[in-house]
Design a binder for this molecule. Structure first.
Ligand SMILES: [Zn+2]
Length: 373
């Protein structure tokens, strides 16, 4: 079931208000504080604000994908605390448009997919001053909210396209899988498509893993430090890749030249050797629990042990190590969770997830220029 998004009372009213002159049959609401979109006067904690903005973007993504997959609809955006005199959308557009663009997989232009209108201009009711309506057109094929797998450039991880996924899953000539290989920590390693450095120093754990915090640390590495995303991306590279925990980056002057370049800082992780096994086992368990290896319509029984390899490299004698997680090439596609795709329940204001098998079928027949329904 779709998680019930806690809509406010007014949203409950507006979504069922039959006097609202909207043609769109499917309607959803979303509450967004006006101060989250616009620049707040009161200082807010940067990280809290960033997380809140990301959470709302995620909710928006799910709802827009549901409406697109259901044949189009209206998302009633409740901008809580918005001045009735403020109809400026500049910061709102800045906040959401990139996200909305990513949800167009069929090649149709942004301007032909979305429109934004003020509800107050279409109703005499005073109480809807805070509502902006995002009209969402139907997807010609299928809109995935979150693929739960990443692809990479040389600089960073990105969201794949539906065509990327189709090629990975349904390409007839799949390469053979390769075992992960440990690359080591000598000077030659450089960040790129197959190498990622993550500092552990500047985390809430301040560079230390202990018996007490280890469980929390593992969850943090998996999600916040994005190990799951890097694993999914490295499996798509012919020679795999390595994720290093405990390497930070700084800027360094090159003597005799007029610029600075990036350098590695081997700050490491302080962790007793007796805990190394616990860390490896814990991460293996997270991979085992969450990862799906898929070729075509079939899930592949590839074990976590064959997908990754761990090595603690000693940096100095004082129990400081760098953890390397090496990942091997894997045919098909590795997901770190079930892809999130939504649609609407007919005749309701509720969204529901699309089954994985149904999603696979749609990806298989996906053609950006052809209607698949
Ligand atoms: Zn509301």
């Amino acid at each position: 079931m779709a998680e019930a998004q806690d809509a406010c009372c007014l949203c409950e009213t507006v979504v069922n208000d039959e006097d609202i002159p909207l043609q769109e049959q499917f309607r959803l609401t979303i509450d967004i504080k006006a101060t989250l979109v616009n620049k707040p006067l009161v200082k807010e904690d940067k990280k809290t604000r960033k997380t809140a903005r990301e959470d709302k973007t995620e909710e928006l993504t799910k709802k827009v994908s549901a409406l697109r997959n259901a044949g189009g609809g209206a998302l009633l955006i409740h901008l809580l605390g918005l001045s009735p005199n403020d109809r400026c959308l500049a910061l709102f557009n800045e906040y959401v448009d990139d996200t909305l663009t990513k949800l167009i997989e069929d090649g149709v232009l942004f301007v032909d997919t979305y429109s934004k209108i003020w509800l107050s201009e279409h109703t005499t009711s005073e109480k809807y001053q805070e509502y902006l309506v995002l009209i969402v057109k139907s997807s010609l094929s299928l809109t995935t909210a979150d693929f739960k797998t990443k692809v990479t450039s040389d600089e960073n991880l990105t969201r794949p396209t539906t065509l990327n996924i189709k090629k990975l899953l349904f390409n007839e000539q799949q390469q053979k899988e390769k075992r992960p290989k440990i690359r080591g920590i000598d000077d030659s390693i450089q960040e790129g498509r197959d190498i990622e450095f993550k500092s552990f120093h500047k985390t809430p754990f301040e560079g230390i893993i202990t018996q007490t915090n280890v469980k929390e640390v593992l969850e943090y590495i998996w999600k916040d430090l994005r190990l799951r995303e890097y694993i999914s991306s490295f499996t798509k590279i012919q020679d795999g890749g390595s994720y290093y925990l405990g390497i930070g980056e700084g800027l360094e002057e090159i003597t005799g030249y007029n610029y600075k370049t990036k350098n590695k800082i081997l700050s490491g992780i302080r962790v007793e050797p007796s805990l190394h096994e616990t860390v490896k086992k814990g991460l293996t368990e997270l991979i085992r629990q969450h990862t799906i290896v898929q070729i075509g319509n079939a899930a592949q029984p590839r074990s976590a042990d064959s997908l990754v390899k761990f090595k603690f490299h000693e940096v100095d004698k004082d129990q400081v190590y760098i953890l390397e997680v090496a990942v091997g090439y894997t045919p098909g596609c590795v997901f770190y969770d079930t892809p999130e795709v939504y649609t609407m329940i007919e005749g309701s204001t509720q969204m529901i997830p699309v089954e994985f098998s149904e999603w696979l079928e749609k990806v298989k027949t996906f053609h950006p220029a052809r209607q698949s329904k």
